[in-house]
Write a protein that binds this ligand. Structure first.
Ligand SMILES: O=C[C@H](O)COP(=O)(O)O
Length: 319
């Protein structure tokens, strides 16, 4: 929901104690995961993935393989072993990831392949000069229009970090509002690039400016910064989402992204969001994990839980 810039949302006195952020994160305890509960968490994590490829050598062919994996994320060997062992996991057979995420030039490829697969899965595109944002505003906004014209229904924008580091919250709000307008019906995820925000206070204020400008999600990182998704930054973002919800009654989603590679990276994010924002936030419409390499590790873990042994190295082909 768009709201006019209100400086009280980015309150100049906001002070965040870093030591206490780290203490809160170290006291975050994962529950003991008994087998079926762990399987449920693995499936939940899979259903929230934005399955991503953001490489210079992406082509129609690897984007197509990514789409095929996105709609069939769990191998039939694992599914049939669960079935043989009479493990009833409800939606297991219908499980899919939440979206595929690609560069603007590959959006049409992903849309075409998903159509061939008869899938209505959303295609997300990074945009606005990803990953740095170091381009004129006109070209950054035009890029969004290009992605939408090509069929993207989710747009992951990057911010001009100079506005964040300079504390120019109103200008940031104006830029992000223009981006939101260019998205039209497409949902917008604002990537804060937390590793380049300079301070937790800036993360909080940038989050507020983006949410006021109408972002449906706030996302930690591009995956290309030297510091990417991390839980202390995630905690600040959860608190911004909670404060924004209290002030406006609008629910904004969270997307950790960048460096979330194994199941033990993903589970604390599920727990953090559940603890800070409540169980209803741990659903794909309010929680995503942006990841290029996580799915294979989640599937490996499912294989082990299904069969009792580790998957042979030949089991997983690279997407
Ligand atoms: O938006 C998603 C990120 O670029 C993915 O980062 P990753 O390759 O570290 O998983």
């Amino acid at each position: 929901m768009y709201i006019e810039f209100d400086s009280t949302f980015c309150n100049g006195n906001t002070h965040i104690n870093e030591a206490s952020l780290h203490r809160s994160i170290s006291s975050l305890r994962l529950p003991v995961l008994y087998k079926n509960y762990e399987i449920a968490w693995l499936l939940k994590a899979i259903s929230c993935i934005d399955l991503t490829t953001l490489a210079g050598d992406d082509t129609f062919s690897n984007v197509s393989r990514l789409c095929i994996k996105a709609v069939n994320p769990v191998s039939h060997v694992i599914l049939s072993t669960f079935a043989e062992n009479k493990i009833d996991l409800g939606f297991l057979n219908d499980i899919q990831v939440a979206a595929v995420c690609v560069y603007p030039a590959r959006v049409a490829d992903a849309v075409k392949q998903l159509k061939l697969l008869n899938s209505s899965m959303p295609v997300a595109s990074v945009a606005t000069g990803f990953p740095t944002g170091q381009y004129p505003l006109t070209t950054r906004v035009d890029e969004i229009a290009f992605c939408v014209e090509n069929g993207a229904s989710e747009i992951d924008i990057v911010l001009d970090r100079s506005l964040v580091l300079g504390g120019k919250w109103q200008e940031l709000h104006e830029e992000v509002s223009k981006m939101k307008k260019a998205c039209g019906e497409a949902h917008m995820k604002a990537i804060l690039s937390v590793g380049e925000c300079g301070s937790p206070e800036n993360i909080y204020k940038a989050a507020m400016a983006c949410m006021m400008a109408g972002s449906e999600f706030i996302k930690t990182s591009t995956g290309k910064e030297s510091v990417n998704a991390n839980l202390p930054a995630g905690l600040v973002m959860c608190r911004a989402i909670r404060d924004f919800h209290r002030k406006t009654n609008t629910k904004v989603g969270l997307k950790p992204a960048g460096g979330v590679r194994v199941w033990s990276d993903a589970f604390p994010w599920l727990e953090l969001v559940k603890e800070e924002l409540g169980r209803e936030w741990v659903e794909p419409h309010l929680f995503r994990i942006g990841a290029s390499g996580l799915l294979q590790d989640l599937e490996k873990r499912l294989y082990k839980l299904a069969t009792g042994v580790s998957a042979p190295s030949t089991f997983f082909k690279q997407v």
